[in-house]
Design a protein around this ligand. Structure first.
Ligand code: NAD
Length: 470
């Protein structure tokens, strides 16, 4: 027999993975609370056991230091597991429903039902966190899952595949490593939920493929997350928070402050504080700092390099970059115009442009004129202005006085809105994302009060109905 073409073999292989997971879901493997908890415990053990390998892989792919990997990757996944183990029983407890007088006597409850076989497609920038945190939610929800880590962070993809294959049950979770070809074949299959994290461009490809099977999607996308620094704030403290948020993971963070707006006076006063903050976090030579990361690839570095205008740099710039070492220095640009190249796309690198505005009104107008950001940042001492930002702008989340740290907590749903995504997860929101809230209602056959709504609609019956429907 002739051997089938390579992609046919790959397709058959991936189809077999998906159908094995579907069979095990149908057999009820993932339904029980104890089984879910056992799989979460297995993931926790796997994380502990594989931690050194994951830390090494993250260092290789992104130059992440051990502590940063614990803080922003492994620790986040671990917290999600702890939170789910602690609360799963109560999250799954059916919620009573109030069905109103027309249905009385009756009872109703909301039952959290697993969705089935899910697909989780992850990006490269927080490759452990953004693969495993959704997986925790998938397992907690009682689903099976195919994991597709990003090929752009290959060492971490391999370490994750090893973790899953060694520590988790293949009746629950399977890993498919690879890039566009593998993902395209996966997207041809029918899933019960696709959870995608990455760019809006690929998000559209995923949503289109999902529509073919009417599969629901959760899209965790990116975009430009603005910062406005109001007059009168503690600039030294604000600068440290902005610098940390911008330059962590060399700016390759979906919710990194993308650009900064302030009045000309505040912008001028802020710059020395930003420079000082960079020195205090990464020293005089960030290149030698153990805690300063690297760009994921030369291609990504060159894309960001092209956004830098050296004449506007007060820190860093193209001359200090080392493409072979995938090093881009922390770079700050001042007097940036709205139509400069750096404002045309999400920067996703260690470049902070500063733009001046007349004041909060213009800042709000600029934010409203752009896509809805994943996160919006405001530093202000004015509680009224904070309220105005909450009421007059739309974003996945609004962070007042801090950057980045808010998404580390399982206590807050994390997700975007509009161009920055749909759906949210983390903690209970993750369980909700990976389950269907099914109302289960019961009404005794006697007394047969439903007779009230059956025709013929006599005058007294209509009058009674009108009263009940008020
Ligand atoms: P990426 O290139 O790793 O792509 C993400 C995933 O999509 C990968 O698994 C990849 O294999 C797959 N993919 C790529 N091209 C594909 C195609 N043509 N068809 C099918 N699948 C394909 O990551 P990226 O897109 O460069 O990620 C960066 C973006 O992700 C940024 O916009 C960032 O803001 C966003 N992001 C969002 C979040 C969030 O939580 N909202 C987190 C991280 C990153």
């Amino acid at each position: 027999m002739p051997t089938p073409p390579a992609d046919d073999a790959l397709r058959a292989h991936l189809q077999a993975d998906v159908s094995a997971l579907r069979d095990s879901f149908d057999a009820g493997t993932t339904r029980g609370l104890d089984a879910r908890r056992a799989q979460l415990e297995a993931l926790r053990r796997g994380l502990r056991h594989e931690e050194p390998a994951l830390v090494r892989a993250l260092a290789e792919d992104l130059g992440k230091s051990r502590t940063e990997s614990l803080l922003t990757e492994i620790g986040v996944a671990r917290q999600e597991i702890t939170e789910a183990l602690k609360h799963l029983r109560s999250w799954l407890r059916p919620q009573p429903l109030r069905l109103g007088p027309l249905l009385a006597p009756s009872t109703g409850r909301l039952h959290r039902e697993p969705l089935g076989t899910t697909l989780i497609i992850a990006p490269w920038n927080y490759p452990v966190n953004l693969t495993l945190a959704p997986l925790v939610a998938a397992i907690a929800g009682g689903n099976t899952a195919v994991l597709k880590p990003s090929e752009v962070a290959p060492a971490t993809s391999a370490a994750l595949a090893h973790l899953v294959r060694t520590h988790l049950d293949p009746a629950w979770v399977r890993v498919v490593e690879g890039g566009v070809e593998e993902t395209t074949i996966l997207l041809e299959q029918r899933f019960d939920l696709i959870f995608y994290t990455g760019s809006a461009r690929v998000g559209r490809i995923v949503a289109r493929a999902a529509a073919e099977h009417l599969t629901p999607t959760i899209l965790e996308l990116g975009g430009k997350s603005p910062v406005f620094v109001d007059d009168g704030v503690d600039l030294a403290a604000a600068a440290r928070r902005i610098v940390w948020g911008k330059f962590t993971n060399a700016g390759q963070t979906c919710i990194a402050p993308d650009y900064l707006m302030a009045t000309p006076e505040t912008a001028r006063a802020l710059v020395p504080h930003l420079l000082r903050a960079v020195r205090s976090l990464y020293g005089r030579s960030p290149r030698r700092a153990a805690d300063y990361g690297r760009m994921v690839s030369r291609r990504h570095l060159e894309r960001v390099l092209a956004l830098i205008d050296d004449e506007r740099c007060v820190l860093g710039g193209t001359a200090e970059a080392d493409p072979d070492a995938r090093y881009l220095p922390p770079t700050i640009m001042t007097d940036v115009d709205w139509d400069d190249p750096v404002m045309a796309e999400e920067i996703f690198g260690p470049v902070l442009p500063i733009l001046t505005v007349d004041g909060p009104d213009e800042a709000i107008a600029r934010i409203r004129a752009g896509d809805q950001p994943l996160t919006l940042y405001l530093f202000s001492r004015d509680a009224d202005l904070e309220e105005r930002f909450a009421a007059e702008t739309s974003s996945g989340s609004l962070a007042l006085g801090l950057t980045l740290a808010h998404i580390g907590t399982p206590g807050m749903p994390f997700g975007g809105v509009g161009e920055s995504g749909t759906g949210a997860y983390h903690g209970r929101a993750g369980l909700e994302a990976f389950t269907h809230a099914k109302p289960v209602v019961r009404k005794p056959l006697r007394p047969d009060t439903l007779r009230l709504v059956y025709p013929p609609y006599t005058r007294p019956r209509s009058a009674l109905l009108r009263r009940l429907l008020r």
